[in-house]
Ligand binder design. Structure first.
Ligand code: ATP
Ligand code: MG
Ligand code: FE
Length: 337
């Protein structure tokens, strides 16, 4: 049984052998946060409390299991919102304690990467491009359980940039899917900057792009000009995708890997999936493994898949496991007993 509650999705899943999803119940709070234009931490925590026991019941019913069928409990313990994480961690500890099950501590970003595991097993060495609401990272994985961040955003995450420009266009949070749909209809007429694209590193920056977008929009408003929103979306998305793909290709030159994994909420983006696929088609030695679209956002199935790697090695946490809102991206070494 796996738990995820790091942000605004309460989720419980039942996973078999880290590869088969028996159930994956996701209760999203999007409606509650919409009117604030983003996630309000205190509101998120309260929703998690209300939803978590319902998610446990539904996940078990859907998978047709009882507590006796379970062999371990896995939970996201960081990074994320501390109050939100605490609900999942407490629920997981309760189930582990009451039913004498081992407790597996999972890093949320490792979970995002392992969502791709439901397509096929991960082959090492692998490189992961993790693009989500809070993170944009290139992660090198020489072997199972080893994560090395070789590049990351220096300011905004890609998903965050989507949500912020979406807000300017009057699109409800989370704006990513709508901007993505609009981008399919427009043209790249604004030629926004591709920040750090040619820099000899694997880092990203999206705050300059966000400012360029907002300045363009407000300037047009001031002079009474009407800009084409689809063209704005296409121009924004082209800049984001160009940089993500270029930096990934640069990384692949120095880290030749068997698999490139695309994961995180923004990995659902059509433009990104398409452009990355055609770039990787040119590299016969590297296979592109994309997390299934419906497992790109936060869910507990991906946490269960990542947990299975630790389960096989007997890496468990004690019942003193705590939420760690700024957990570093390694394989949970401090909490494993
Ligand atoms: P993190 O995983 O970094 O802690 P998070 O869990 O809040 O952050 P995810 O749930 O992984 O983030 O992803 C949510 C983000 O993905 C939002 O910013 C949302 O706008 C974005 N997103 C979702 N679908 C798309 C899409 N099709 N195109 C672009 N962005 C998208
Ligand atoms: Mg979310
Ligand atoms: Fe996430």
């Amino acid at each position: 049984m796996a738990f995820e509650s790091s942000c605004d999705e309460t989720s419980v899943a039942i996973i078999e052998d880290g590869a088969k999803i028996c159930s994956n119940v996701v209760a999203t709070q999007i409606k509650s946060h919409k009117r604030f234009g983003g996630v309000v931490p205190e509101v998120a925590s309260r929703h998690h409390i209300e939803e978590i026991t319902i998610c446990i019941r539904d996940a078990m019913q859907e998978a047709h299991v009882t507590y006796d069928d379970l062999s371990a409990v896995a939970v996201t313990y960081g990074p994320g919102l501390v109050g939100a994480l605490l609900i999942g961690v407490t629920a997981a500890k309760m189930v582990a304690w009451a039913h004498h099950l081992p407790l597996i501590p999972v890093n949320h970003l490792a979970g995002h990467i392992y969502a791709a595991r439901f397509v096929e097993p991960i082959a090492f060495p692998a490189l992961a491009l993790v693009v989500s609401g809070g993170h944009t990272e290139l992660v090198y994985m020489p072997e199972a359980g080893t994560f090395e961040i070789i590049g990351e955003t220096r300011d905004d995450a890609a998903g965050e940039a989507y949500d912020k420009v979406g807000r300017v266009l009057g699109i409800n949070y989370p704006a990513g899917p709508t901007v993505d749909a609009m981008a399919a209809k427009g043209h790249d007429t604004f030629h926004f900057p591709r920040a750090m694209d040619k820099d000899p590193n694997y880092d990203f920056s999206f705050s300059g792009l966000k400012s360029a977008f907002i300045n363009t929009y407000h300037h047009a408003e001031q002079v009474g000009a009407k800009l084409n929103h689809d063209d704005l979306a296409t121009s924004f998305q082209s800049a984001v995708v160009d940089v993500l793909v270029d930096k990934t290709l640069r990384a692949l030159k120095h880290y030749p890997v068997k698999q490139l994994i695309l994961a995180g909420g923004v990995a659902a983006n059509n433009g990104l999936r398409k452009q990355l696929q055609s770039a990787i088609d040119q590299l016969p030695a590297t296979e592109l493994l994309m997390a299934p679209r419906k497992l790109c956002g936060d869910n507990a199935a991906m946490i269960g898949a990542a947990a299975y790697v630790l389960f096989k090695e007997g890496h468990f946490a004690g019942l003193d496991l705590n939420a760690d809102p700024s957990l570093e991206f390694d394989w949970a070494p401090d909490v494993i007993k």
